[in-house]
Ligand binder design. Sequence first.
Ligand code: HEC
Ligand code: HEC
Length: 222
Amino acid sequence: MSKRQTGLAILGACLLACSIGLAADPGVADPVQGQAAAAVCASCHQADGSGMNIPGAESWPRLAGLDATYLAKQIEDFKSGQRSSPTMQAFAQMLTDEQIPHVAAWFASLPAPSLSAAEPYSPELLERGRLLATEGDWDNYLVPCSSCHGPDNLGAGSVFPAIAGQHPAYIRDQLLNWQQGSRQNDPQQLMATVAARMSADDIQAVAAWLSTQPGTPEQKPE
Ligand code: HEC
Ligand code: HEC
């Protein structure tokens, strides 16, 4: 190796080490730091992040195992009011901007809850939901949910959250919020467009079916 090459190799090693050094900065999300700040969230989202389905009332979504960047964006949007929820705005405002990525990383690190016993849905309702989620309804210009939310609707990257294994009342409420224009913080209004094409029966069916599906790849039957 020439002197110059050695110098470049050292420079390269330094750049790598320096970037690792930067990655350990306090600015980076740390689930352990997030755990303490997440204590106030447990009364609704539960300590294990599994949330709760409350038909007829405001449901508490499962947060466990959702993507950290997605979660952080939602908390920021609640805090700024860009995603409207009086309940969540109050709790998001209890977090400093520095705490938000840590809390998001904490919930993202928790295993998705195991499936709760399915409600007694009719086979017809579940089949309609499965069709919408996995094949779409081309007569109504509805692409399958899985085309964005990933195979098995378990999420894709930081933009498309997992919707399989989420509580049915929460899924239904969010679709209604988009139809009514009260949730508007999604990129390029993708979900507003989808929701606008769904009937009340479609929404009930897809929420029911998705809630009966595994929330992580590990829970998929062999
Ligand atoms: C009093 C009950 C309550 C408490 C406490 C609470 N939340 Fe929520 N949370 C809700 C409700 C209700 C929603 C659904 C809001 C909606 O309809 O848009 C929600 C939604 C969320 C979402 C959006 C999830 C998604 O999939 O888009 C996140 C993230 C969240 N909460 C994080 C937190 C964090 C972090 C805390 C603690 C600092 C917290 N919540 C405390 C009730 C609560
Ligand atoms: C064209 C892409 C696209 C399609 C198709 C799509 N979604 Fe979404 N969906 C999104 C995006 C993007 C978000 C995240 C919105 C945000 O960041 O606020 C989202 C979020 C959601 C949420 C909120 C999840 C949460 O944790 O709050 C639900 C529920 C949802 N979608 C249901 C559906 C259902 C049901 C279908 C099929 C009928 C569907 N989506 C099809 C793009 C899509």
